[in-house]
Design a protein around this ligand. Structure first.
Ligand code: FAD
Length: 350
């Protein structure tokens, strides 16, 4: 991790350790939860450290720090998730993971491209209706595992992607209000070469993350240890929201290359190195309605409540239901699926 400080890229110092220590030692949350902003304002930290902590909550958790639960962030940050474990990713992309999961299912049981519009349920009976490639479809069963993204579950009007439950999921209302789906901007930038490896006497050759705290797009990562001409540009939270609203994908790409430019001076024009890009707007995607979930003030038990089955008939999985500290991640989503499948298998016939 290299961070731009006073015009120079330097390894990140121990700022995060100091923030974690201050968060851990504080008694402020013993009685009640508060917003992460309020919590930070009361911790013995420098203005710079506060700012770094806010940016971390925005960038990593996609959280609005005025709404995010300080308790939830403290629990998450002081857990394992930010440990020194190396970054890892499926080398050939997540498609491989999905293919491996699908391989365990009979092909004819897997129905894709089928947005669900309604779920009618009563104890021991679930009827799902929607469209499959433009044609109506229905499915029936004794139970269902609902894995809709949080943002979709929160939709209350009959918009594209939204699912109407009959009867309504009243037992989930409070939990849904205490969770939020944060915004993220992620752009894959494909360049003509790994030009960053050759500049400044090879200083950035092995770099994984570049942090540019004041830039419009503040985080970039390479595919290290692989040397491929691809950089991922990333912004989360308020910055992502501001960046994505009223901007075309080309505007966002321009903002990303402009954010990188100061690292390379006048001798190298980053935008001219660009050969292609991929951008997806998760906020506007009606089947996502945001990137991933965070807990808002007072939502201590929101994930647990969301995960709880209803009448041994509707089960719930998906990253927002993870209670093992991995919410907002692929790991959390996978684990929640295993948990829900076990619940179904362990339950007596209804
Ligand atoms: C930009 C971005 C970057 C991320 N980076 C990382 C990362 O580096 N590491 C990490 O671990 N995690 C990362 N995550 C988070 C991770 O992708 C999620 O936590 C995980 O994919 C959630 O899985 P899920 O099954 O809960 O939900 P999803 O993967 O969202 O699956 C829900 C499914 O429901 C479908 N759906 C929605 N509405 C309907 C409907 N009406 N009918 C039928 N189907 C519907 C959707 O199409 C989708 O396929 C990132 C997320 C984003 C958006």
């Amino acid at each position: 991790h290299l961070s731009l400080q006073q015009g120079e890229l330097r390894p990140r110092d121990g700022f995060f350790v100091r923030i974690l220590q201050a968060m851990q030692c504080s008694e402020l949350l013993a009685r009640e939860d508060m917003s992460f902003d309020d919590f930070l304002d009361r911790l013995p930290l420098s203005a710079e450290e506060r700012q770094s902590a806010r940016r971390m909550a925005e960038g990593f958790d996609a959280a609005d720090t005025a709404r995010a639960s300080a308790r939830a962030l403290r629990t998450e940050w002081t857990g394992d998730i930010l440990g020194d474990t190396p970054q890892s990713r499926p080398r050939d992309g997540y498609e491989r993971l999905l293919a491996a999961l699908a391989a365990g299912l009979p092909r004819e049981r897997l129905q894709l491209q089928s947005p669900v519009q309604s779920v009618r349920w009563s104890k021991g009976s679930v009827q799902v209706a929607g469209e499959c490639l433009g044609a109506p479809f229905e499915a029936h069963g004794a139970r269902a595992i609902v894995t809709l993204p949080l943002g979709v579950l929160q939709q209350t009007s009959p918009t594209l992607g939204a699912v109407r439950f009959t009867p309504e999921l009243e037992a989930k209302h409070a939990a849904l209000q205490r969770l939020a789906s944060g915004p993220v901007v992620k752009v894959l930038l494909r360049f003509a070469s790994c030009f960053w490896e050759d500049v400044h006497a090879g200083r950035y050759r092995e770099v994984s993350f570049l942090h540019l705290p004041d830039a419009e797009v503040p985080t970039f990562w390479t595919q290290a240890p692989a040397h491929v001409p691809l950089l991922v540009a990333w912004a989360g939270g308020a910055r992502a929201r501001d960046l994505a609203s009223n901007a075309t994908p080309a505007d966002i790409v321009r903002a990303a290359t402009a954010s990188l430019q100061p690292l390379f001076g006048k001798g190298l024009e980053v935008a001219r190195q660009l050969e292609g890009y991929h951008y997806h707007d998760w906020q506007q995607d009606p089947y996502a309605c945001g990137a991933y979930s965070y807990v808002t003030v007072g939502g201590d038990d929101a994930r647990e409540t969301l995960a709880r089955p209803l009448d041994a008939t509707l089960h719930f999985a998906g990253e927002a239901t993870d209670t093992a500290g991995e919410a907002g991640t692929v790991e959390g989503a996978l684990r929640s699926g295993i948990r829900a499948a076990r619940e179904v298998l362990a339950a007596a016939p209804v």
